[in-house]
Ligand binder design. Structure first.
Ligand code: ADP
Ligand code: MG
Length: 237
């Protein structure tokens, strides 16, 4: 791998006596597309919570662009270029789609460029015709796009997506994949947690499988589905 932008070094996270993550290490290269799979409760969301700062790992180190971010507050990590979507979208329900994006842009301190950037993001997410709608009026897929737009408003160098395709119809999954691949082409590194194997296979350059808080497999997508451990614990074969 070329010089990684993200280095997760031997992190662990406990909730009381329960080990949600045990000695997890992971590196991500600039512009890379990394898929993360694993059964429910295997620690996927906990891992990205530790990377984004929603949680602090108990031990271990997280390095982003040579800086130790392990103890930084989430908003400071965002400023450095780490953005994430939430498994449950979290828009401001009293604001329109465009206003939600504008707020995210203002948080990212883009100042004068906000209006133009909002329009660009709306187009990029194929939400231009929904600009004046309230989140409550949106379909699931459009809510996920809005969530993605809000994450992108911070101009991340690393974007982390937590099951942004869960519950979508097949054609909607394809549309989200197209949008995510478009973001990747801009040079943004992306970590995608996803249960939909078809999406993981198309998206990922490399796939990591978590089980019970540990990384149990890491391979190219074509190889991961052949991995014995993955087949047993994840694909149920
Ligand atoms: P995944 O995203 O892979 O489904 P999570 O990372 O959400 O898994 O959860 C991993 C394990 O940690 C689960 O057993 C879950 O119940 C537990 N867990 C997650 N967050 C908390 C928390 N805030 N407090 C206690 N237990 C938690
Ligand atoms: Mg999860």
């Amino acid at each position: 791998m070329t010089m990684p932008i993200l280095n997760v070094e031997s992190i662990s996270k406990h909730f009381g006596g329960f080990a949600a993550l045990s000695d997890v290490s992971l590196a991500v290269a600039a512009g890379e597309r990394l898929g993360i799979i694993g059964p429910n409760g295997s620690g996927k969301t906990t891992l990205i919570n530790c990377i984004s700062g929603a949680l602090r790992c108990d031990v271990g180190t997280i390095i982003f662009y040579s800086q130790n971010v392990s103890r930084l507050a989430p908003h400071r990590r965002t400023r450095l270029g780490i953005a994430r979507s939430f498994q449950i979208p979290r828009p401001f329900f009293s604001m329109s789609v465009a206003e939600n994006i504008a707020v995210a842009l203002e948080f990212a301190a883009r100042g004068a460029a906000v209006t133009g950037d909002a329009r660009t993001l709306l187009a990029q997410m194929r939400l231009a015709d929904k600009a004046d709608r309230k989140p409550a009026e949106l379909t699931q897929v459009d809510l996920r796009k809005l969530e993605l737009a809000r994450a992108l408003a911070t101009q991340p160098r690393l974007l982390i997506l937590d099951e942004v395709m869960a519950g979508l119809a097949a054609t909607e999954v394809d549309e989200m994949l197209d949008i995510v691949m478009g973001v990747s082409q801009l040079g943004v590194a992306i970590i995608m947690i996803e249960h939909i194997m078809r999406a993981i296979m198309r998206f990922s350059e490399r796939v990591v499988c978590l089980d019970a808080g540990r990384i149990v497999a890491e391979a190219a997508p074509a190889a991961i589905v052949q991995d014995k451990m993955v087949r047993r614990i994840y694909l149920g074969a």
